[in-house]
Design a protein around this ligand. Structure first.
Ligand code: DC
Length: 225
């Protein structure tokens, strides 16, 4: 199997880039942030004290997560219920970033699930620790970055397009806060990752660059000769 790991800070455009790369190559796009979000959703709904790592850890065995892949891409199920939309709220986002992602037991809980997916299909997996922890043997690792201002600018546009206009300054503040929450533990760069700063690059340029690299690395393994 061929795996592409795409890591980087919040708002670097990982998910849209990873999705487009997967489409270009016919791979499966795996959104691993959805898993942290689903744990967060479970904890919120079941009334767990998210600020208490022991309380969250104790409830992990009750969290039944499964992923399905179809024409609409990845659907995330919690005990059989499709929570793909429910995990996108600001509350879940902050809970995942602030609490769940920092609990080692939660990270360990999700490890086999993520590795299993990469064993069954060619994947483009995006997250924070894919190239370092989850798939250290990935054939291609990319660390996607952009300046905080650029990421805030893109996010502001996205919100506007979604009919939820927001102040750039406020969005920038949130981006910087997420960076601080995620720093060190989450934003480690694999030594063999390609660092790609997307500030000033077009979306298509970024996607094409990654797809090209992947194709170049797949060819020798294709066993044509
Ligand atoms: O990519 P996202 O915003 O959906 O991720 C939600 C949170 O989960 C993010 O703040 C960091 C965390 N996360 C992680 O720690 N490791 C991953 N592989 C993916 C996400």
């Amino acid at each position: 199997m061929f795996a592409i790991a795409i890591d980087g800070p919040a708002g670097a455009g990982k998910s849209s880039v990873a999705k487009a790369v997967a489409r270009a190559l016919g791979f499966t796009y795996v959104d691993t942030g959805a898993l942290y979000r689903t744990i967060a959703l479970y904890m919120i709904e079941s009334g767990a004290d998210l600020e208490d790592p022991a309380a969250v850890t104790a409830r992990l065995p009750q969290v039944e997560i499964s992923l399905e892949y179809g024409p609409q891409g990845q659907r995330t199920l919690l005990a059989g219920r499709d929570v793909s939309e429910a995990i996108r709220t600001q509350e879940v986002s902050m809970a995942a970033s602030r609490w769940v992602a920092h609990i080692p037991q939660a990270r360990a809980f999700l490890l086999d699930l993520q590795r299993g997916l990469a064993q069954r299909a060619h994947v483009v997996m995006d997250g924070r620790d894919i190239g370092t922890v989850i798939l250290p043997e990935a054939q291609l690792k990319v660390f996607l970055t952009a300046t905080a201002e650029e990421r805030a600018r893109r996010r502001t546009l996205q919100l506007e397009e979604a009919g939820q206009p927001a102040e750039f300054e406020q969005v920038l503040k949130e981006v910087v806060q997420r960076d601080r929450q995620d720093a060190e533990q989450l934003d480690a760069v694999a030594p063999d990752a390609l660092r790609l700063d997307t500030t000033g690059l077009s979306f298509d340029q970024v996607v094409e660059k990654i797809a090209e690299l992947a194709r170049a690395r797949m060819e020798p393994a294709g066993g044509k000769g």
